[in-house]
Write a protein that binds this ligand. Structure first.
Ligand code: 4NP
Length: 156
């Protein structure tokens, strides 16, 4: 199975979702590929935001080695599931879908932990440290739920 995490810049939320999921995949010895991308390429090639790197490190989930890239139409073929952080990411990704099969792959990541609530992972970019910590807790819970669903064969 291949999972891609998507946000706007691929420097705050989706690299953390990527790092958390990779860590849990390794800890659980699962055969799953995890990646991340941004709907915009303005930060392509860059490391994650230093504030996100620091928060991630404080919670023992280093993400410094990840590099931002832009989400491409090929990602629909290269990945089985596309987790987006907010509704704007969702609509941007859905606009690139080639068919219904592509569209079915796209899910708000917080639907995993808070089903039916249409919740978003807030963009921490323009705020303070507490926003990065909030993002960490939301994504820690969401990736725990993804892991459980994988183990129970409930993710498709
Ligand atoms: P991300 O956060 O989508 O979680 O990576 C942002 C990063 C950069 C910008 C906005 C959000 N920006 O406007 O440059």
């Amino acid at each position: 199975m291949k999972i891609v995490m998507v946000c706007l810049g691929n420097i705050c939320r989706s690299p953390l979702a990527d790092g958390l999921m990779r860590k849990k995949v390794i800890e659980n010895k699962l055969d799953i590929i995890v990646d991340s991308a941004g709907t915009t390429g303005i930060h392509a090639g860059k490391s994650p935001d230093p504030r996100m790197c620091q928060t991630a490190k404080n919670f023992d989930t280093p993400i410094d080695s990840l590099k931002a890239r832009k989400f491409t139409v090929e990602d629909f073929d290269n990945f089985d599931i596309i987790f987006v952080m907010d509704k704007s990411n969702k609509s941007n990704v859905l606009q690139m879908a080639k068919n219904e099969e592509d569209k079915k792959k796209v899910h708000l990541i917080l639907e995993m932990s808070h089903p039916g609530q249409n919740l978003e992972v807030p963009d921490p970019y323009y705020g303070g440290e507490e926003g990065f910590i909030e993002v960490y807790h939301l994504l820690d819970i969401a990736t725990d739920c993804i892991l459980e669903k994988i183990k129970n064969n409930e993710l498709n």
